[in-house]
Design a binder for this molecule. Structure first.
Ligand SMILES: NC(=O)C1=CN([C@@H]2O[C@H](COP(=O)(O)OP(=O)(O)OC[C@H]3O[C@@H](n4cnc5c(N)ncnc54)[C@H](O)[C@@H]3O)[C@@H](O)[C@H]2O)C=CC1
Ligand SMILES: N[C@@H](CC=O)C(=O)O
Ligand code: NA
Length: 444
């Protein structure tokens, strides 16, 4: 069979990894795919840099549309990033009857419904293994390996930059800004690192996993998103003393009335495997009703780890290219005549309806009766306390300090109830600073 022809749009960090891995492992990849896979055209705005990567035998252009217009190209790989030109190019490639492989989680989380519908109508595939947890084959695991299961929840460390920052802050006591700069230097961070540190990148990824796991449309706009920028070194230290690590988790869960979809820093018991995932590594825990708990661990970013996932998608498409579109692996795991038929109407729950437990830190005046007032308000609201830790004032504010930290762990509470009681506690004159609230996930 003639090799399948691939056009590559954007040959930066991931694109060059794809080119290099494909060249290095060409024979093995072809045997696995059942036919050759050849990158025959590359587009990048920086033509000279692209030529330096691919050499003289491959056509390099600066206009991505020249690839889409080429009738010999079967698959377009989009590795430009962002929502702008990438969205236009992906839709044009689909309209031209090309299969698409992309690592662009931002694009799919925001415009996935439109893109998957266009691909279904045209009978082409849009594959995106690299978009979630980079090299970890989590899309395949959810869509194929766990297909017998009713998925109950997924919780993942799915942003390498923030996990790297939290790990370095905890283990080396380094400052946030210093570690962020290092993550940028190492190529983990997004072009705009606010997407990493404010939880947006993780929310893009968990939105995609949620759609696959629960058969709901991709709904990034319904996700609750909170990053790590407000976390203090004190909370990392107190969590450790209480037997927890703080991780930025992307969580999606089947609840009574709908689906939870949220990203925020979370206390995770130190004894859980996922709590010990350090540096830029990613890990995803999936709980299915038949299989129980499964854990997927590996590199979620970087040139070749991400390329590994892109090429796996190329191989899938090379194998399925000639199959009847209705019998291909579906984009989002549920098979139906139209994409809309496959979708579940379960709503994504507002954050106020989420039930979880909490870590609260209150900077209070070190005087009699404060603890009783605070716990009294919690009791009135029906919030059950799991543990209370009071620091010595000297330890918090230095010798002779009149302030101290009160740390409270609660049992499960509805977020709306917790919002209300935090507002009441905040209004107490003896509460001297904004209350820190971090959600706690037992993950069992
Ligand atoms: N870097 C990583 O570790 C990971 C990246 N991703 C995703 O992969 C995608 C690519 O990321 P990187 O390779 O890191 O980005 P990058 O910035 O290194 O590469 C993007 C390339 O696209 C080129 N480009 C920009 N506009 C273009 C246009 N209009 N036409 C043709 N080329 C154009 C740039 O010149 C650059 O070479 C993004 O969606 C990113 O979110 C996903 C997982 C991991
Ligand atoms: N910026 C991302 C890169 C991969 O998606 C991360 O830090 O994980
Ligand atoms: Na992946």
């Amino acid at each position: 069979m003639k090799p399948i022809q691939v056009g590559l749009l954007g040959i930066g960090t991931v694109g060059s990894g794809v080119f290099n891995v494909l060249a290095r492992n060409q024979d093995e990849i072809s045997r696995r795919a059942g036919r050759g896979i050849e990158i025959t055209m590359v587009a990048d705005l920086d033509v000279e840099r692209a030529k330096a990567v691919v050499g003289a035998d491959i056509q390099v252009v600066n206009d991505a549309r020249a690839i889409i217009a080429n009738p010999d190209i079967d698959i377009v790989i989009e590795l430009i990033g962002g929502y702008g030109i990438a969205r236009a190019l992906v839709l044009e490639a689909i309209a031209a009857g090309k299969h698409v492989v992309t690592a662009n989680k931002a694009l799919l989380a925001v415009h996935g419904t439109e893109i998957f519908a266009a691909a279904s109508a045209k009978g082409v595939m849009v594959a995106f293994e690299a978009a979630v947890a980079g090299g970890i084959p989590i899309i395949k695991a959810l869509r194929e390996g766990l297909t017998a299961n009713r998925i109950q929840w997924i919780a993942g460390i799915i942003n390498g930059t923030t996990n790297f920052i939290l790990s370095e802050m905890r283990s080396k006591g380094l400052d946030f800004d210093v570690v962020l700069r290092e993550a940028q230097r190492l190529g983990y961070a997004e072009a705009d690192p606010t997407f990493d540190i404010e939880g947006v990148d993780a929310a893009h990824k968990v939105t995609l996993m949620s759609a696959i796991a629960f058969g709901i449309p991709v709904q990034f706009d319904k996700a609750y998103v909170e990053g790590i920028t407000k976390l203090g070194a004190a909370d990392i230290k107190y969590a450790e003393q209480l037997g927890y690590r703080i991780k930025l988790l992307g969580i999606t869960k089947r609840a009574d009335k709908g689906i939870e979809l949220r990203v925020h820093p979370s206390l995770v018991p130190s004894k859980r495997l996922i709590a010990n995932v350090e540096g830029a590594m990613n890990a995803v825990v999936v709980q299915g009703d038949a299989v129980g708990t499964t854990l997927y661990y590996g590199k979620g970013a970087g040139s070749e780890p991400t390329a590994s996932a892109v090429i796996a998608d190329l191989v899938d498409i090379a194998r399925l290219h000639t199959a009847d579109p209705e019998h291909r692996v579906p984009h989002l795991a549920f098979q139906a005549n139209t994409l809309a038929d496959a979708m579940d109407t379960l709503p994504v729950l507002p954050m106020s309806e989420v039930v979880t437990s909490y870590y609260l830190r209150l900077r209070v005046a070190d005087q009699a009766g404060v603890l009783a007032k605070v716990t009294g308000l919690l009791a009135e609201a029906g919030v059950s306390i799991d543990a209370v830790l009071q620091r010595e004032a000297d330890e918090v504010g230095g010798e002779g300090s009149t302030q101290t930290d009160l740390i409270i762990l609660t049992h499960d509470t509805r977020e709306g109830t917790m919002d209300a009681v935090i507002a009441q506690m905040q209004a107490l004159p003896t509460v001297l600073a904004p209350i820190t609230r971090i959600r706690k996930e037992e993950l069992n």
